[in-house]
Design a protein around this ligand. Sequence first.
Ligand SMILES: Cc1cc2nc3c(=O)[nH]c(=O)nc-3n(C[C@H](O)[C@H](O)[C@H](O)COP(=O)(O)O)c2cc1C
Length: 296
Amino acid sequence: MILSYEPKDLPVARVHEILLGTVAPRPIAWASTVDKEGRVNLAPFSFFNVFGSNPPILVFSPNRRVRDNTSKHTLENIELTRECVINIVNYELCGQMVLSSAEYDEGVNEFIKAGLSMEPSLKVKAPRILEAPAQYECIVRDIIHTGDGGGAANLIICEVVHMHVNDHIFNEEGKIDPVKVDNVARMGGIWYSRAEKGLFQMPNPKGRSNIGFDGMPEFIIHSKFLNGWDISAMAGLPSLPTSEEVNQYKSEASALALINQYSGDQLISATHEKAKILIREGHPQEALVLLLAIGV
Ligand SMILES: Cc1cc2nc3c(=O)[nH]c(=O)nc-3n(C[C@H](O)[C@H](O)[C@H](O)COP(=O)(O)O)c2cc1C
């Protein structure tokens, strides 16, 4: 049985859900911009694709929010500056990409919140993401607004004026190797697709603020056991645990089991390994308390 509708007969949120769940997987533009004071902004957009190579044209759309019809900082910045950088997302960076999508207040630099390196661009003011497999400096040729209600699109038509491609994604013949690029794409809801392997899920960050990489202790950022995904999961929590919570955890059975079995560097390694398992089982809060209690 086919279900048929006119879009106007459905709530916008339902139209949005059906379209995004079926027009998928969509590539992700990780767009960096600056505001009129030069403050840096970064956010991901999966209403995105390439439309030409002579001149090279990329189009993406920061839409009006379905929920409350507000507009996005990326659109506001581009309307003022008419430039941006579109960075490409790979699997390794996915946790940090999702962290950068939180609805931070105006002026918050998501490179810093998500622990990414700001590399100066050559032709535009916005920096690019050094870790991204490709970074496209763009000037904006046109912006097409399709409406003024929640869910309306704002198509940003970008001309690429400088291309930066990490040489690790090329094979020996100089062709791009899709396994080395390791692209990810957005599906509906919290579903994503890793081009090489298939579907996986990542929840959206909650709230307008979080710990961020900038609020995370250095020993966690530099842990050789934790990767960008692991740190992002903890950095997305609303705040660091209190010293009472940390001290209390030291006397709990799971902490005592580690303390009784290991000491010195071995205790640190075992604690970070255990934290990694907790994060991957969906318990970043407990992992963070554990690390602060006995992982230093
Ligand atoms: C993978 C992913 C793709 C997204 N795609 C879009 C999109 O195409 N259009 C949009 O308006 N918002 C999209 N969002 C939500 C924005 O990233 C989010 O609203 C962000 O806070 C906007 O930031 P800004 O206000 O700094 O521009 C996406 C979020 C994620 C995680």
